[in-house]
Design a protein around this ligand. Structure first.
Ligand code: ADP
Ligand code: GN1
Ligand code: MG
Length: 363
């Protein structure tokens, strides 16, 4: 197994090594490596194979992570925090770098495991969600001094909603998996947003909002919370850290965590935007990042939530039409189910638009 081959190339604690698949990510292959050193607790690590289909330049991804974690380490130290816990720590390989390319050409990397934390796959309580808002807000604030031009664009046009719209139309045209007949209502829904998909990229082009270093994948399970106190400890999953928009990061958190049901729920009656969750996250996030954001960026946060949800739905739908090549699927129609939840959530946001705007204004 490639994972065992990879493990032997990293500088680990001495002892017996155990390895098991870990987590519920849709993209990379993640393992927990546990080294039994004879001490009361094993020393643990997270080992990951970078998904080569998704990341065409895995070395660029690793370089971004090296830059970002080095920057965060400096800021956290200056703030008197604990960099070992508050940001990811890459483990060195025996060859001195941070990546190992296996015999099939795939890149692996390893992190120190951040112990005594939890990460959640389902929408949480408002209290815990506010903690995750604080963590992502702090992350955004701490990255303020890092020039976006220093980072690779690890996935081109990753959160460019008009481009995602065009990619969906391209998937429709190709109809590669022959599934077009099944998606009429979903497609019609997206086409109703042909103009609105431009809102954030236009604001960027007009200089109303800045390009920043952003996370770009701010799902609930990409932040570790302290297992005892629930406080946000560390933002993880840094593969997509690159130049981007704060409103999209805010929006991705809302899309996932303020949904009253799971991302792949089949009963659409269960899907809606939870205003208490929206409010909790907004307060947590703005409490930490607020000063760093421009007034227009704050104003556009609800638009970030709506467009990110729509965009994610369009990506799921396009992948369904393309034959499920991008996102890991665990059942028939999984990507279509995911697309439908996203569109149902967009509808619910439309219904709650005034309340969302008011919450952001007041926070
Ligand atoms: P993916 O890109 O596939 O989502 P992640 O990097 O998010 O992969 O890792 C998957 C899961 O592994 C996370 O949701 C989290 O639960 C866990 N995890 C990742 N890195 C660490 C870490 N350094 N310490 C503890 N848990 C981690
Ligand atoms: C993927 O890697 P993971 O599971 O955290 C995807 C995100 C989507 C998300 C939908 C690199 O995130 O963009 O929003 O699935 N990551 C990538 O759940 O495409
Ligand atoms: Mg993840």
């Amino acid at each position: 197994m490639q994972a065992y081959e990879a493990v032997s190339h990293f500088r680990l604690a001495q002892g017996e090594v155990h390895l098991a698949p870990y987590g519920n990510g849709h993209i990379n292959d993640t393992y927990c490596v546990s080294v039994d050193t004879g001490a009361a607790r094993p020393v643990r690590y997270i080992l990951q194979r970078v998904n080569a289909y998704v990341f065409s330049d895995p070395y660029g991804v690793l370089e971004n992570i090296e830059r970002v974690t080095a920057h965060l380490r400096r800021v956290i130290e200056a703030e008197g925090g604990d960099p070992q816990r508050e940001t990811l720590t890459l483990i060195e390989t025996l060859e001195q770098g941070h990546g190992y390319t296996d015999s099939t050409g795939q890149l692996w990397r390893m992190y120190a495991f951040i112990e005594d934390t939890i990460s959640r796959d389902l929408p949480d309580t408002p209290e815990l969600f506010a903690r995750s808002g604080e963590a992502f807000g702090r992350f955004q604030r701490r990255l303020e001094g890092l020039d976006a031009g220093q980072l690779h664009e690890s996935i081109r046009d990753f959160h460019n909603t008009p481009v995602r719209y065009r990619q969906l139309m391209e998937a429709v045209r190709r109809n590669e998996a022959g599934r077009l007949g099944e998606v009429g209502p979903e497609l019609a829904f997206c086409m109703g947003y042909g103009e609105q998909v431009q809102a954030l990229v236009r604001a960027l082009q007009a200089g109303e909002i800045p390009l920043r270093v952003t996370h770009n994948d701010t799902k609930l399970n990409n932040v570790l919370l302290d297992a005892q106190t629930g406080k946000g400890v560390c933002v993880i999953d840094l593969d997509t850290v690159m130049p981007g928009l704060a409103a999209y990061d805010f929006g991705d958190s809302i899309r996932f965590g303020a949904n009253t049901a799971a991302e792949d729920e089949r009963d659409l009656a269960k899907i809606s935007l939870s205003l208490p969750m929206f409010e909790a996250y907004t307060r947590g996030y703005l409490g930490e990042a607020g000063q760093a954001l421009w007034p227009r960026e704050r104003e556009l946060l609800p638009m970030g939530a709506k467009l990110m949800t729509l965009e994610c739905g369009m990506r799921f739908l396009a992948d369904y039409l393309n034959g499920d090549k991008y996102f890991k699927v665990h059942r028939e129609g999984h990507n279509l189910d995911r697309a439908r939840t996203q569109f149902a959530l967009v509808r619910s946001m439309e219904e709650n638009w005034d309340a969302m705007t008011e919450i952001v204004r007041k926070a």
